[in-house]
Ligand binder design. Structure first.
Ligand code: PAF
Length: 288
């Protein structure tokens, strides 16, 4: 496995792989790899000849007061995990390599972002699509892998690939969970012991919502209210949002007669957790 920090060197290797007729699977990350990432790498390994993992904590997608400075980092651990799981090349650029100066062209995301996390993180998805556009151009993957834990990111990347004609297949991989149901996240290490005990109720709240839907409730308000009550009774975290929207368009619905996402975000002291379930009009879980 090679670890490269330099864009030209990565592009040379990519060109050679493409000349040799190899397919490239790409897993973009911000590092501190956990089982969720490993699952993405494994999926990529099954479907492609050459696997590239990027590790870059992208400052552009962090807002003021967000956790850019405390975002967990462990390069040694990441290298080991990547190598053990069959990554061929890690692209590990510095901030200066990715953003040598101010950008002359900025991207604006006009749909799928004024809801869920996008609402309370202005500029976040602009940062995500900017870094991904650069990474897609450097790595030229056939397939790119994202976890459904961040379903809004998947929806925005789906739009990026479609709107800008990237010849890339987006592969959305179900959320990997701890035994007690908590969605795996690099940020979980920042939960206190008590918060960690409460956090699994987030998934249980979502499942409560899906069950109501299966029991015949079709009004989004009713389902969201029940999820809120459940969460308020089980955790001290502050609810940032509970939303039920069409998926992947992320638009409000009057009644549930198409695939929808039920998503929540909860603030704890040092960390904000998100989770979601995507299900159809019969309450069958589609992803997540
Ligand atoms: O999901 C993430 O880790 C990041 O948003 C991504 C896709 C690597 C872009 O920085």
């Amino acid at each position: 496995m090679e670890v490269l920090k330099n864009i030209d060197k990565v592009q040379n290797i990519v060109s050679k792989q493409l000349r040799d007729g190899k397919t490239i699977g790409f897993v973009p990350t911000m590092g501190y790899l956990h089982e969720g990432h490993i699952r993405l790498i494994k999926e990529a390994r099954k479907e492609n000849d050459f696997i590239i993992l990027s590790i870059f904590v992208n400052p552009l997608q962090f807002g003021e007061g967000e956790d850019l400075d405390t975002y967990p980092r462990d390069e040694e651990h990441d290298r080991r995990m990547a190598e053990e799981n069959g990554v061929d090349l890690i692209f590990l650029p510095s901030k200066e390599t990715m953003y040598p100066g101010p950008l002359s062209i900025e991207m604006a995301v006009t749909k799928r972002t004024d809801v869920l996390c996008g609402r309370s993180r202005p500029g976040h998805f602009e940062g995500v699509v900017t870094v991904l556009t650069k990474l897609f151009n450097i790595i030229r993957p056939d397939r790119v892998y994202f976890g459904m834990k961040d379903a809004q990111q998947v929806a925005v990347v789906d739009a990026l690939i479609h709107d800008y004609n990237f010849p890339i297949k987006l592969v959305a991989v179900p959320t990997v969970r701890e035994k007690d149901g908590l969605a795996k996240s690099s940020r979980n290490v920042n939960l206190s012991t008590d918060e960690r005990k409460e956090a699994p109720f987030i998934q249980q709240a979502l499942l409560t919502g899906v069950q109501l839907m299966k029991d015949g409730k079709k009004l989004p308000e009713e389902i969201m209210d029940a999820v809120r009550k459940f969460l308020e009774s089980k955790t001290h975290g502050n609810i940032d949002y509970i939303e039920l929207l069409s998926y992947p368009e992320l638009e409000s619905v009057q009644t549930i007669n198409q695939p929808v996402i039920l998503a929540v975000a909860v603030y704890y002291k040092k960390v904000r957790l998100i989770d979601n379930i995507v299900f159809d009009q019969n309450g069958e879980i589609i992803k997540g």
